[in-house]
Design a binder for this molecule. Structure first.
Ligand SMILES: [Zn+2]
Length: 412
């Protein structure tokens, strides 16, 4: 029986979103949290974007030393040979790639404006797959951008061409959020049956259906005989109305009526990290979690009306589908209401030592403390918000890697 895996694309789709961004350290923390949670793969960035090179290299080093294992770190590029070559030049250790190209008539007419035919698209894509394999890619996904507005025969042709050249997965991009659960199921089942390759669902929320379409697509892929890799983002943040939210999608796959009895996860997910990762993403993006967000919203386990409150007190199952503890909620939170010493880009050694002492980090000498402080200052230059405890611990534990991922050298 084929299985369900998760590919989180927060560090690609999430950060390319208008008005949103993350520092390199925040992206790194997200990769670490996703790994702890059991997510199969993180689309960790753009290997052709120069300001990401050192961040991507540093994260691959974390993988090499075992600090980011077993999660797979995969980069997103356009399905053209130029991008493949640039990716391997800037990030020589990259081993997992998704290659993307538009496939719909709308994009062929509206975006390429007659410069590319459907055959050109197939040829460009397979040349890029060949180049990626030749340069050492271990896994390749081929992405059909705007797949939901592409005719099915061409999608099958596209998938088969990619597969013939060694692609491992086909990403069905519902780029505009146009699908509904019925079309998502039917289309993806047909693709799985006819291409015979693992399918990725990539659903957007323009009609409020991203999670539902992901669930239906996952069922379609598995019923069609293939593994499915559901694309998600943290708190659903992504282009426009966003993507399928990671926590909500995990809940849908594991808690919805009858689904988990039939469809299984390929890697077990530690849902108890859900609360922590959603809170971190909210802090790092500077975007509050809506109070009615599934699982992690402030109201997700709140009851006021007489009948509900009475019912849930008698037996939580009366009015709760799952327990707050399953998401790692329930611990009281410590909020400083008096004097507060924060980290910042202008922090000094005294305040810094105080903060590190509180989280039980000690340094062998002043030189070492100064070095870590300097890294913390640079991290703050990028994030413009006080670092969280896990970020401070990360810098203290991996100062060399932190230095690398914090280094930005424009126009070199
Ligand atoms: Zn997208």
């Amino acid at each position: 029986m084929p299985k369900i895996y998760f590919i989180d694309v927060t560090n690609r789709d999430g950060v390319q979103t208008a008005k949103l961004g993350l520092s390199k350290l925040e992206k790194t923390m997200i990769n670490i949290y996703l790994n702890e949670m059991g997510v199969f793969q993180s689309e960790f960035g753009f290997p052709t974007t120069r300001h990401e090179s050192l961040y991507l290299q540093a994260n691959l080093e974390l993988a090499e030393i075992g600090a980011l294992q077993p999660i797979r770190l995969e980069g997103w590029i356009r399905a053209i040979v130029d991008d493949v070559e640039t990716a391997f030049k800037l990030v020589p250790n990259i081993r997992h790639l998704n290659l993307s190209i538009s496939t719909s008539d709308q994009m062929i007419k509206g975006k390429f404006q007659g410069r590319k035919t459907k055959d050109d698209i197939l040829n460009t894509m397979v040349e890029a797959v060949d180049a990626a394999r030749a340069l050492g890619a271990e896994s390749i996904g081929v992405n059909a951008e705007d797949a939901s507005r592409t005719d099915l025969d061409f999608l099958i042709k596209f998938g088969l061409a990619g597969k013939e050249h060694g692609a491992d997965r086909f990403r069905y991009c519902d780029t505009l959020g146009y699908d509904n659960p019925f079309t998502s199921y039917e289309t993806i089942k047909t693709l799985a049956e006819n291409i015979g390759i693992a399918i990725e669902t990539h659903c957007h929320g323009d009609l409020g259906l991203a999670v539902a379409n992901s669930l239906a697509g996952a069922k379609g892929a598995i019923d069609g005989g293939q593994d499915v890799y559901i694309n998600t983002t943290l708190n659903g943040l992504g282009e426009r109305a966003g993507n399928a939210d990671l926590v909500a999608t995990i809940l849908a796959v594991t808690k919805s009526k009858g689904f988990a009895d039939k469809y299984k996860l390929g890697r077990s997910i530690d849902l108890s990290k859900g609360w922590e990762i959603a809170k971190f993403a909210s802090y790092a993006f500077g975007v509050p979690i809506p109070i009615n967000q599934p699982g992690v919203g402030a109201n997700a386990f709140a009851h006021e009306s007489g009948i509900h409150a009475d019912g849930v007190l008698k037996d939580p199952h009366n009015y709760e589908l799952y327990g707050y503890g399953e998401l790692g909620r329930g611990e009281p939170e410590f909020v400083e209401t008096g004097r507060e010493i924060c980290t910042g880009e202008y922090s000094g050694i005294s305040g810094f030592s105080h903060i590190m002492g509180k989280i039980e980090v000690s340094f062998t000498n002043r030189e070492e403390a100064n070095e870590v402080l300097e890294l913390v200052r640079y991290a703050n230059v990028e994030s413009q918000r006080p670092l969280v405890e896990d970020e401070l611990l990360f810098i203290a534990k991996y100062p060399k890697i932190a230095k690398k991922l914090l280094t930005l050298a424009p126009l070199e």
